[in-house]
Write a protein that binds this ligand. Structure first.
Ligand SMILES: [Zn+2]
Length: 247
C-alpha cells in the first residue's frame, strides 16, 4: 500500500507487532534508557519523534489510508551508547543511540534519520525479510506457531530482519530497493513534520565521513554512496512539495 509494489508477506502484522513489543521491552531493559525529563538528548528525540509520528498519522488519515498505521503505538526511546545507530520496529517502536547525535548535529538531520527508519517500518521492509527468513529457515511455519515452538530462533530471525543489535551475529543488509524506498519516504515524512528534507544531503555526507575506515553497523546496513546521493537529489523536488517550515 505504501511502496506500490508486490511484497512477500507471510507473517501477520498484528503477530509481528506483538513480538516487536516484547523484543522492544527486552531491549530497553538491557540498555541504559535516558529519560526526557533529565536528558536533553532524550527530550529532543521525543520532540522530533512525536512531530513526525503525528504528521504521518494525520497524513494517512486524510488520505483515507489510516489502516497503514493500524496497531501503531508509537514509542521513542534514547539509549546511552557510543554506537551510531537508530531503528524502528513494527508498530512504531523506535530507539535512537546517543552515538548518532554528534553526527546528526541538529534536529532536522535527526528527523531525516527517524523518517528513514520509520519508513522501513511503514513500508513493511522487515515484514518482507522476516517472511523470507521464515521460509528459508523455519520452512514457512506460521509466526505464532514459530514463537511457541522455536522461540529463540524466531526472536533471532526477528532481530536480524529488523537490523537490530549485533549480538545475533550477521545482520541482513537492507536491499538497495528497500534503502531507496526508505530514503524517499523518509524525506517526505521529515518534510511533512516541518523539517527541511534538503538537510539529508549534508547529513549523509557527515555520516560517510564519520564512518571512516570502519563503518558502523548502521552504515553497513545503510550503504552510503554516489547512487544514494544522486537519488536523494532526484527525490528532493517531490519531498519539498510536502515541506513547509515550522514557525
Ligand atoms: Zn535504511
Amino acid at each position: 500500500m505504501v511502496t506500490g509494489r508486490n511484497q512477500l508477506s507471510l507473517v501477520n502484522e498484528s503477530d509481528l507487532q506483538l513480538l516487536a513489543t516484547t523484543q522492544y521491552n527486552t531491549f530497553l531493559s538491557e540498555n541504559k534508557v535516558l529519560k526526557s525529563s533529565s536528558s536533553k538528548e532524550a527530550a529532543t528525540v521525543d520532540r522530533v519523534g512525536a512531530r513526525i509520528a503525528n504528521s504521518i498519522s494525520k497524513y494517512y488519515d486524510s488520505q483515507g489510508k489510516g489502516i497503514i498505521l493500524e496497531g501503531y503505538k508509537w514509542e521513542f526511546n534514547t539509549i546511552a551508547s557510543k554506537e551510531i545507530n537508530a531503528w524502528c520496529m513494527p508498530g512504531g517502536k523506535v530507539v535512537v543511540y546517543t552515538g548518532l547525535l554528534p553526527v546528526t548535529q541538529n534536529e532536522t538531520a535527526l528527523a531525516i534519520v527517524l523518517g528513514h527508519e520509520i519508513a522501513h517500518s511503514i513500508a513493511k521492509h522487515g515484514t518482507e525479510r522476516m517472511s523470507q527468513a521464515m521460509v528459508q529457515q523455519l520452512g514457512g511455519m506460521a509466526l505464532e506457531v514459530a514463537i511457541a515452538q522455536k522461540p529463540k530462533e524466531t526472536q533471532d530471525l526477528f532481530l536480524m530482519s529488523y537490523a537490530i543489535g549485533s549480538q545475533v551475529g550477521a545482520m541482513l543488509p537492507w536491499s538497495r530497493q528497500q534503502e531507496t524506498e526508505a530514503d524517499k519516504f523518509g524525506l517526505i515524512y521529515a518534510a511533512m513534520a516541518g523539517y527541511d528534507p534538503r538537510e539529508a544531503i549534508p547529513f549523509w555526507e557527515r555520516m560517510s565521513t564519520a564512518s571512516g575506515a570502519n563503518p558502523p553497523e548502521f552504515l553497513s546496513t545503510h550503504p552510503s554512496d554516489e547512487t544514494r546521493m544522486r537519488k536523494l537529489r532526484q527525490f528532493m523536488p517531490e519531498a519539498l512539495k510536502y515541506y513547509s517550515p515550522r514557525n
